[in-house]
Design a protein around this ligand. Structure first.
Ligand code: BGC
Length: 386
């Protein structure tokens, strides 16, 4: 289930594989729930006495729960974040339970409640939107459970303790500049923007970033914006339909696509291919196997690599300290979420184009060369010197 097991697959095979993984994870998540529910029902959990005492009672390890959002908006959550968080938390000496809400807010709510019932001292939350995230954080806080916003900031609540993510406006700037660089001097190039989910604060930050690069160029007439659409829940299928409509409306005259992540970029690429249109610069994010392969194949011009290992380690480090009742000693920056300044740790994103793909080989959160260059991409990898 790790990236290393992947070979060079077609997008269709990839999609089938993701949905197979999805149901496997759903089953696994249900199993974990059933199991932990059973333990609680037997009264075997002696570690849920309010949460402020720290340390696991009776020799048991303190518990940390991770709530992942889904497995379809990006492959990162299940293939990269889950194993890295699991490892980092276990290494830190806590008991980690990781569940995935598969895009369902009430499921995530229940997973949070279950985690608290089972004695979790800390919840690492990737929210599905700020409203549901704030409800989860408020409930946790009222029971003495600490909350760390993982990757996505929950707005308008004072109930979270920390936020760990990347500089997400910088992610957007890298995408905007990457697109401009890939377009070269194509004056008047027609751009379509395919934004992330309107309920994800990150999508707003990415857009602020890329629009800060693109808006002046639209103003000067160097670029022309032909469309600007958000994709609900980052849903790749919806992105395909939305992008088909964009092409239809624009009479196929699109010269570049600012796609907010690799999944959305791949949807745009699929729509272009269906219409047998030539390759144009398309951006992405997450440095997924599919995204990097699209770059090798010339279908995508760049992606943004976010070293998830660093993000997972930073979040796990905080979670372990809090779960053990200690005060974390990390440098934080204050980020205003509309209600209070959340102590935050922000890692640095970097751009990847065909020229620097090999720079990050060997990192545990980056695709492996064998996987990228397997099968029909071998010749193109050779040509790029990979
Ligand atoms: C994350 C991205 C991810 C997207 C869709 C964002 O909040 O920062 O890495 O691609 O959600 O899951």
């Amino acid at each position: 289930m790790s990236r290393s097991n992947k070979t060079n697959r077609t997008p269709k095979e990839e999609e089938r594989d993701v949905s197979r993984r999805t149901s496997l994870w759903a089953l696994a998540a249900a199993g974990v729930l059933a199991l932990s529910g059973g333990v609680a029902a037997c009264g075997g959990d002696d570690d849920d006495s309010g949460g402020s005492s720290g340390g696991g009672g009776g020799g048991s390890k303190p518990k940390v729960a991770v709530l992942l959002p889904d497995s379809k908006s990006s492959v990162r959550w299940e293939t990269v974040d889950r194993p890295l968080l699991q490892k980092a938390l276990e290494t830190g000496g806590v008991d980690a339970t990781i569940t995935n809400a598969e895009g369902d807010k009430s499921t995530q709510q229940q997973q949070a409640e279950q985690a608290i019932t089972n004695g979790a001292k800390v919840i690492l939350l990737v929210n599905l939107d700020s409203g549901s995230g704030a409800a989860i954080a408020a409930n946790a806080k009222s029971q003495g459970v600490k909350v760390i916003d993982y990757d996505r900031l929950t707005l308008d609540t004072d109930a979270q303790d920390y936020y760990v993510s990347f500089d997400n406006e910088e992610v957007g700037k890298l995408q905007g500049q990457g697109l401009v660089d890939c377009l070269g001097n194509k004056k008047g190039a027609r751009i379509a923007e395919l934004n992330g989910s309107p309920t994800d604060n990150n999508a707003t930050l990415f857009k602020n970033g890329y629009d800060s690069v693109l808006d002046p160029l639209y103003k000067s007439g160097d670029l022309v914006k032909v469309d600007d659409q958000s994709v609900p829940d980052w849903d790749n299928q919806k992105a395909l339909t939305i992008f088909e409509q964009i092409l239809q409306k624009a009479d196929n005259k699109v010269d570049g696509v600012l796609a907010a992540n690799d999944g959305l970029g791949n949807a745009a690429i699929s729509a272009l291919k269906q219409r047998k249109l030539p390759q144009i610069p398309v951006t992405g994010q997450d440095a997924t196997l599919e995204g990097i392969q699209n770059i090798v194949n010339g279908d995508q011009c760049m992606t943004v690599y976010k070293a998830i290992q660093k993000e997972a380690d930073a979040a796990a480090g905080l979670a372990v300290s809090l779960a053990k009742g200690e005060t974390p000693s990390v440098d934080t920056v204050p980020i205003d979420n509309g209600k209070h300044k959340v102590p935050s740790v922000l890692e640095k994103p970097v751009p990847v184009t065909k020229d620097n793909i090999s720079q990050y080989f060997g990192n545990p959160d980056y695709p492996k060369k064998e996987d990228i260059c397997a099968g029909k991409l071998k010749a193109k990898c050779d040509a790029l010197g990979l």
